[in-house]
Design a protein around this ligand. Structure first.
Ligand SMILES: [Zn+2]
Length: 477
């Protein structure tokens, strides 16, 4: 790798040449050995190497891909800047390889009208980071679940969709109206599928682990019931508005994914994403296991018993594992992986949910829900790639092209390696690892269950629209 001329965040990439790297181009459907040249912020050359030139370059070394897009992140500004600000959140995003983030509107106050978007726009205008910050608007006024927010006004202000995330859209009638007007405005409704009637007081996925630990069960049916309702409402509204679009976020269970698979086969306009922690972790982590979800099933796909096979290595009840939806069974995690592989899941989205230690370092059942995950998403996916469970191209595609398929061209260019465009790239060393630690996480949210673990796939550079967004210290040597 050549010396990088400009170093600081927000500076243009004057001159960068990466030779003998593994290039991944999801939009072009291609990966292989190659080199790239960036000059004055523009991706000037993408050269694919063949024959002798390609010898010795493989997908296990330095990888160059389009910078990732996160369809689902919570930065806590305004309202809880001790947990995350837009400035710290974008720094964390870039450290994770993300060049574009889509923020959920459940701040305090929420983004439920033009004032909220104006407030956000003024903060973003003052950022030194080039990371693209996009936003959803609330489905309902004050995100209170009762009357519709001014969806047209929010569309004019530039939102990329509508969501009451943190909660589901509570009323089917409100969801119907939101899908109808969102369709007219060309924007999707992003629902957090949870039947609140089934999850009151719930603490952990309903199953053996919750039973043994004495935690109140959170049934898979709560998700499937909500997905079923949403799909029924979507099917109904299409007769009135064929442009209606539903996106289901952080889907985590086999039954819900089966419903979405059937709905897609019936050509309903539905998309969905899966969070990295639902692919790589499972509920046995609550008991103290630290093995990947794919190691927690036997050869016929049944969950192993962590109490009898010696896999409990950490203390139980780590509250950083409390998340909504909860970590599921290893079988559900396997279903998430299968859904990612067969296209039922369009994208991987982090559901980055930073919290302060005040809200998180408490008894398991009292802890705030959420994992600070935007910096560890790549590592969790690469762990799956390293284990032979997930092709590298599909992993990258799920955080680039997959997000584009959900939100269309509203997220800006960047799902491919296209000569002549402003460079929007991530460069990571798949063979190098890094320790997840409070110091290494740039997010103010240190609430990661991965603290103390080494993750593969060290991000070296994130470049957005021709400017540095992240540059690893190892490059200073
Ligand atoms: Zn949610």
């Amino acid at each position: 790798m050549s010396a990088v001329a400009a170093t600081s965040v927000g500076q243009p990439v004057a001159d960068l040449e990466l030779s003998r790297a593994w290039l991944v181009d999801p939009a072009g459907g291609r990966e292989g050995p190659g080199e790239i040249i960036v000059t004055n912020g523009v991706l000037e050359a993408v050269n694919w190497l063949e024959g002798d030139e390609a010898a010795g370059v493989d997908e296990r070394g330095v990888v160059v891909a389009p910078a990732f897009t996160d369809l689902h992140a919570h930065f806590r500004e305004p309202g809880n800047e001790a947990a995350e600000t837009i400035a710290t959140g974008t720094a964390a995003a870039a450290h994770g390889g993300f060049g574009t983030v889509c923020l959920m509107p459940n701040t305090d106050p929420p983004v439920d009208g033009r004032e909220g978007m104006a407030r956000l726009d003024s903060v973003v205008a003052g950022l030194s980071s080039p990371v693209r910050v996009l936003a959803y608007g609330a489905v309902t006024a004050r995100s209170a679940g009762e009357e519709l927010a001014p969806l047209g006004e929010l569309a004019d202000a530039g939102v990329v969709g509508y969501s009451d995330d943190g909660s589901p859209v509570r009323s089917a009638a409100v969801l119907r109206s939101a899908l109808l007007y969102g369709g007219m405005l060309g924007l999707p409704v992003v629902d957090h599928p949870e039947d609140l009637g089934l999850t009151s007081g719930a603490e952990a996925h309903e199953g053996l682990v919750a039973t043994v630990l004495g935690l109140r069960g959170w049934p898979a049916a709560a998700e499937a019931a909500a997905v079923g309702r949403d799909l029924a409402v979507l099917a109904d509204v299409l007769a009135d508005e064929p442009r209606a679009r539903l996106h289901l976020t952080h889907v985590s269970t086999a039954p819900a994914l089966d419903l979405i698979r059937s709905a897609k086969a019936a050509r309903l306009p539905v998309t969905c994403d899966i969070a990295p922690h639902h692919l790589a972790l499972s509920d046995e982590w609550l008991a103290g296991s630290r093995r990947w979800a794919w190691e927690a099933v036997d050869s016929v796909g049944r969950a192993r018993d962590p109490w009898t096979d010696g896999s409990l290595v950490a203390a139980p009840f780590d509250s950083s594992l409390r998340v909504n939806p909860p970590l599921r069974s290893p079988e559900d995690a396997a279903a998430c992986l299968a859904a990612l592989l067969d296209g039922t899941a369009d994208a991987v989205a982090t559901d980055h949910a930073p919290h302060t230690s005040v809200d998180k370092d408490v008894e398991f059942g009292l802890a705030a829900n959420g994992i600070s995950g935007i910096e560890t998403a790549l590592g969790l996916l690469i762990a799956g790639v390293d284990a032979g469970r997930l092709p590298l191209l599909r992993a990258i595609e799920a955080m680039t092209l997959g997000a584009s398929r959900v939100l269309g061209d509203r997220i800006g260019p960047g799902s491919g390696l296209v000569e002549g465009e402003q460079a929007t790239l991530v460069v990571f060393d798949r063979a190098d690892s890094w320790e997840v630690s409070p110091t290494n996480l740039l997010s103010l949210g240190k609430n990661s269950p991965l603290l103390g673990l080494e993750l593969p796939g060290r991000v070296l550079l994130t470049i957005v629209d021709g400017q540095f967004a992240y540059r690893d210290r190892s490059l200073d040597a």
